[in-house]
Design a protein around this ligand. Sequence first.
Ligand SMILES: [Zn+2]
Length: 470
Amino acid sequence: MKIYLFNTLSGKKELLVKPKGRPLRLFVCGPTVYDDPHIGNGRTYVFFDTLVKYLRSTGLKVFYLQNITDIDDKIIARAHAEKVSFSKIAETYLAVYFRDMKALGVTAVTKYARATKYIPQIQKQIEVLLKKGYAYEIAKDGIYYDVSKFRDYGKLSRRTTVQAESGVSRIDESIHKKNKADFALWKFGHTKAPMQIINGEPAWPSPWGLGRPGWHIEDTAITEYFFGPQYDIHGGAVDLKFPHHEAEIAQQEAASGKKPLVKIWMHGGFLTLEDQKMSKSLGNFMTIDQFLKNTSPEVFRLMTLSHHYRSPLNYTVKLNKEMKLKWLAILEFLAKAEVGAKSSLVKKSRVSNLAKFEKEFTLALADDFNTPAALGILFKFIGELQPKLWQLSRVEAKQILKKIRKTLKTLGFSFKFPQIPLKIKGLARERENLRKNQQFVQSDSLRKKANDLGFLIEDSPLGPFVWPKS
Ligand SMILES: [Zn+2]
């Protein structure tokens, strides 16, 4: 199966060249651990988790590397504000990040690499850039990258160095920079003695004095360490395209003299909340933890994958409800198919076309990982089978179950059926006995009782089927 992915660098869908004799190398920008991750972050990480699980399901080995920015201005600022050490902030929010990823079922990452563990690699890369003339020093400030020296600057985000002047977030400020788009590779510390931490600001010794790394350099130092100067896929949210990813290209391609740094650049779309950009200060914000308080991780995954990864996703209360119902519909189908697989009385059946379903589903995923199309195919398949569920033989019901389970597993879903309380199960049994004895008035009142408690009893040819009301 040929897999095509959209490459931001070329602006086209490209064939994914499967490496021979080594795993596919994929890097995704990890979090800066200074705050609770929000559902927009969740979307990015669930998407790449699913992509990797899918690639692995095709037999491909994938080395999925993610960095953790555990040293950054934002971390230091929060540490100052809360009067605690920078490492306290980093440790706290790293733990929150891992907790939330686990809760979302994000398990595909091979290696998490923390920036502070790769200071020697970062310094080595900066030294190369200085030696090759791509970097310069501003006294009492830091080492900066000179974007005017790198001819390809702007090739990913399609900006010229001049356009880059209309700076966006996280561009390092200094009035002594040669070009406005120049960014810090190394920031000199304000401490004088070696290896000190003053006011929560760490400083590592370096050939240029005490200091700490700039934000962009950690990614390329880490990827060069694990993958070498070139690798297969780089992913991240679309807001990282500029200046962050542009800076990565400038750093690594200049340092190694090899291009491209990355074959395929993948960028995930924005998430808005009720049609607005998420903003903590405006109160329009939802953390992953808040989301999971009343919704399951499967519903989050379904919501993420129901949108194309490059498209915006607008989270609304209505969308949440819609996704909950859809997920419940999948579970109901599986639960009924399980009943059929165990106790169907039909001898032989050929109701479904599994081969056609599988082919269409696989094709959708191979086309730039079109998960909304793939899910559409799944829902259509289930929808068509729904009215014929009780006509399935045990063998066919089993085959369908196996296929759908595999399909959902490919997309990283796990499933738990809703709990039916013993009391409700008892009611359904009691009612069934009453029905058999033709005591319909009494049996109807029991059905109503279950209904009032939030459960539907459906009479199937194989007995009562109990399911929570949606
Ligand atoms: Zn990054």
